[in-house]
Design a protein around this ligand. Structure first.
Ligand SMILES: [Zn+2]
Length: 235
C-alpha cells in the first residue's frame, strides 16, 4: 500500500470494505468511553533478563484469548527473522528493516483479512525513531496494542534513541523483574561491551556480539559499581 492510500481503520467494530476513514475513534460503550483503550507499553531490562521470553509469553497469552497479533524483531541473536530466547523458545517474526512502516504492516495484514489486535515488538531499542512514532499512531488511531521490549541503555550506559522515545511516549514503562546478577551478586544493571577481555566505552552503538566468553566481542551484565570500575570479576 502506498503512502497516499487512505489508511483502513482497524478499530472495532471493524469497518466494511468501503470504509476509508483516515483513522477513527475506538468503538464506544453506552457511557461514551472506549470499549478498549489500546496502549503502548515498554518493557525494558539489561541483556539476559528474559525480555524475549516475556515477549513470547505475552504473545501466547493474548493468542490464547483469541486475539491476533504480529511479532516483529530487529537484530535478534539468531540474526534471522525470528525471536529466539536464551532458554530455547523461538517464534517466527517480521524483521523490522530501515524502510519498514509498521502502519503499513498492519494495514497490509488487514487487507489480507488478518485482523491485528496487537504488535509484539522485540529488540525495540534497535528500531528507528520513526518506528516508535508509528507505534504510537497504531495505538492512537488504529486501536492496536503495542508491546515493546528492549534494552534501555547501550554499552556506554547511554539510552538508545528508540528507548528514550519509548520512555517519552509509552503509556506505561516497566522494568522487567527477572533479575540478572553481576558476578559480585548485586543486581545487574548495565551492559558492558568486552573486547579482548577489557570493558570498552567507545565505538559504534550497535555491534553484534554474544554473551559467550569465547566471543571476540561479547557483552556482560554488570552492576553499576563494577561497570564503572570496568571490573569483570574473575570470569
Ligand atoms: Zn558487581
Amino acid at each position: 500500500m502506498t503512502d497516499d492510500a487512505a489508511p483502513i481503520c482497524l478499530a472495532r467494530p471493524l469497518p466494511g470494505p468501503d470504509d476509508t476513514r483516515a483513522g477513527c475513534a475506538a468503538a464506544r460503550g453506552v457511557d461514551g468511553r472506549p470499549l478498549h483503550a489500546a496502549a503502548l507499553k515498554f518493557f525494558w531490562g539489561p541483556m539476559d533478563c528474559g525480555k524475549s521470553t516475556m515477549a513470547l509469553q505475552m504473545n501466547y497469552n493474548h493468542a490464547r484469548q483469541g486475539r491476533r497479533g504480529l511479532v516483529t524483531t530487529r537484530i535478534d541473536r539468531s540474526l534471522g527473522p525470528q525471536v529466539t530466547t536464551r532458554i530455547g523458545l523461538a517464534h517466527s517474526a517480521i524483521e523490522v528493516t530501515d524502510g519498514l512502516d509498521l502502519r503499513d504492516l498492519v494495514r497490509d495484514a488487514w487487507a489480507e483479512g488478518f485482523r491485528v489486535d496487537y504488535l509484539i515488538c522485540d529488540e525495540a531499542s534497535f528500531y528507528d525513531l520513526e518506528h516508535i512514532e508509528q507505534m504510537a499512531e497504531l495505538v492512537d488511531n488504529y486501536d492496536v496494542d503495542v508491546y515493546a521490549f528492549g534494552l534501555a541503555t547501550d554499552f556506554r550506559s547511554c539510552l538508545f534513541p528508540a528507548a528514550r522515545r519509548l520512555f517519552e511516549l509509552a503509556d506505561s514503562v516497566a522494568r522487567i523483574q527477572v533479575e540478572v546478577l553481576c558476578w559480585c551478586g548485586r543486581e545487574g544493571l548495565l551492559n558492558a561491551r568486552v573486547v579482548g577481555g577489557r570493558v570498552v566505552r567507545e565505538g559504534e552503538q550497535v555491534v553484534i556480539g554474544d554473551t559467550a566468553n569465547s566471543a571476540q566481542v561479547r557483552y556482560q551484565v554488570l552492576c553499576r559499581r563494577h561497570y564503572r570500575a570496568g571490573d569483570l570479576g574473575g570470569r
